[in-house]
Write a protein that binds this ligand. Structure first.
Ligand SMILES: [Zn+2]
Ligand SMILES: [Zn+2]
Length: 341
């Protein structure tokens, strides 16, 4: 089968045309024939050696994918032909975090596409525990967005309730910003400003036709004495950006650290303001138990929101991965999706 295989020792990603087919090892294993497999910022960090991943042998990347069940072990409830998505989280289930249902903190997580072979391949074997059925109303292409939407869903739960009419600022309009934009619009929020310094990305956001106010960061800075926000969602993952935007919080405001920033980033914030304004800071880490919600969202949002062109998602063949990375780095797309035949 075809697969994109990464070797952390040499930092080389190879397109292999005759990679061995995965096999069912445990009775509940499922082999998924991959259909759509997203390229995530984490993948780029792994390939740059900036994010911990398997190093003892080359492995297949890809942790955001949809597909069809190709084969299932005798103890699996799944059947060949079913349309599915795969939750990449593989927690240990034994540590105190896992046993308190907070497996996003598990230090022994061995995620699919990071520590075991993932979905940048024609086929991938996973335990049934990671497989979720897609309803008929959700296409395989839309299913390719399930994993990132499941992260947004976890964040949405953490910051809830946010009430319609509150003033919200989204910082950063890459794919994660766009998923937040579609989520909030779908849930009825209209009083939203999106800040992004890359004007190409702001052009992409216009396609979503939300009527949200789209600005570059200098606009926020100019109006900071007059315009404050009840909720600020950082999707930039840049410490310095957070330091600045934190000052735009309204009294009683919530700041959401959603973008994953490098561990070295710092931000200086005025702690008196936290007291004076009764501010809350929410961290949001990945997607514990949020696949069912995300699948519900995909079904409810449908073509109005989950349109690849409008979201700035571009589809590439597996063999065109280099072009996909280049377009992503150049900022001409918000997300690259590998379509695997
Ligand atoms: Zn990801
Ligand atoms: Zn654990």
């Amino acid at each position: 089968m075809e697969a994109l295989v990464f070797d952390l020792k040499t930092k080389v990603l190879k397109h292999e045309k005759k990679h061995p087919m995965p096999e069912i090892v445990k009775d509940d294993d499922v082999i998924v024939k991959v259909a759509y497999s997203g390229v995530c910022g984490t993948d780029l960090h792994i390939m740059a050696g900036e994010f911990p991943a398997r190093s003892d042998r080359p492995f297949t990347l890809g942790h955001e994918f949809s597909g069809v069940v190709h084969a299932a072990g005798p103890a699996s409830a799944f059947r060949a032909g079913q349309k599915v998505v795969v939750d990449p989280n593989r927690p240990c289930n034994l540590c105190n975090h896992c046993r308190r249902s907070k497996y996003q903190f598990c230090s022994a997580r061995a995620n699919i596409g990071v520590w075991v072979d993932g979905g940048w391949a024609q086929y991938c074997v996973v335990s049934s525990l990671h497989v979720f059925l897609l309803p008929d109303s959700v296409s395989l292409a839309q299913g390719g967005l399930c994993e990132p939407y499941s992260c947004v869903s976890h964040g949405f739960d953490i910051i809830s309730p946010i009430t319609v009419g509150q003033k919200i600022l989204i910082c950063g309009a890459g794919i994660i910003g766009n998923l937040w934009i579609t989520t909030l619009h779908h849930q009825g929020h209209r009083n939203i400003t999106v800040s992004e310094m890359n004007t190409k990305r702001l052009e992409i956001v216009k396609n979503l036709q939300t009527g949200y106010r789209l600005v570059t960061p200098d606009v926020l800075e100019k109006e900071k004495n007059d315009v404050l926000y009840d909720v600020i969602i950082d999707c930039t993952g840049v410490g310095k950006v957070m330091e600045i935007s934190f000052n735009y919080l309204n009294y009683g405001g919530k700041y959401v650290v959603f973008g994953c920033c490098p561990p070295t980033h710092q931000a200086n914030i005025n702690v008196f303001k936290i007291y004076e304004k009764e501010l809350t800071i929410h961290g949001v880490k990945v997607n514990p138990f949020s696949f069912p919600n995300a699948i519900g969202w995909l079904s409810a949002m449908g073509d109005r929101y989950l349109n690849f062109d409008k979201l700035g998602v571009k589809v590439y063949a597996l063999s065109d991965y280099q072009l996909a990375f280049n377009d992503l780095k150049a900022g001409v797309i918000s997300k690259a999706m590998l379509k695997i035949d």
